[in-house]
Design a protein around this ligand. Structure first.
Ligand code: ZN
Length: 110
């Protein structure tokens, strides 16, 4: 009797974990059905293109974040070269790209 709740828990956890993948689709489906059936249809119809574009953007973003997560866990790690340098004396800070072929010991602020 213990297997069914744990199975349901597993399914729920899977749905939750993969929500980044199906949530945008759900949003597109809900948006589409609302546009088709409700009284707002005429108003929403005008926004159907932006809504679809938003759905596509969300889908692309979720795919990108999934790819990034996958990349972070397996694959080749991506080196972050961007760094915010803050001067300990005057507090001036600037985003700089770290050199990959040299060691940098000195940096002139402002
Ligand atoms: Zn300074």
């Amino acid at each position: 009797m213990k297997t069914i709740p744990s199975l349901l828990g597993g399914v729920f956890a899977f749905l939750l974990a993969s929500s980044c993948c199906w949530l945008p689709w759900l949003a597109v489906l809900v948006g589409g059905s609302i546009a088709g059936t409700s009284a707002f249809s005429a108003k929403l119809e005008a926004f159907s293109m932006p809504l679809m574009a938003l759905g596509a953007i969300l889908l692309t973003y979720s795919g990108y974040s999934f790819w990034q997560k996958k990349n972070r866990m397996g694959g080749t790690p991506v080196m972050v070269l961007k760094s915010i340098i803050t001067c300990p004396k005057c507090g001036f800070s600037k985003t700089e790209i770290m050199p990959t072929d040299a060691c940098q010991y000195f940096y002139d602020c402002v």
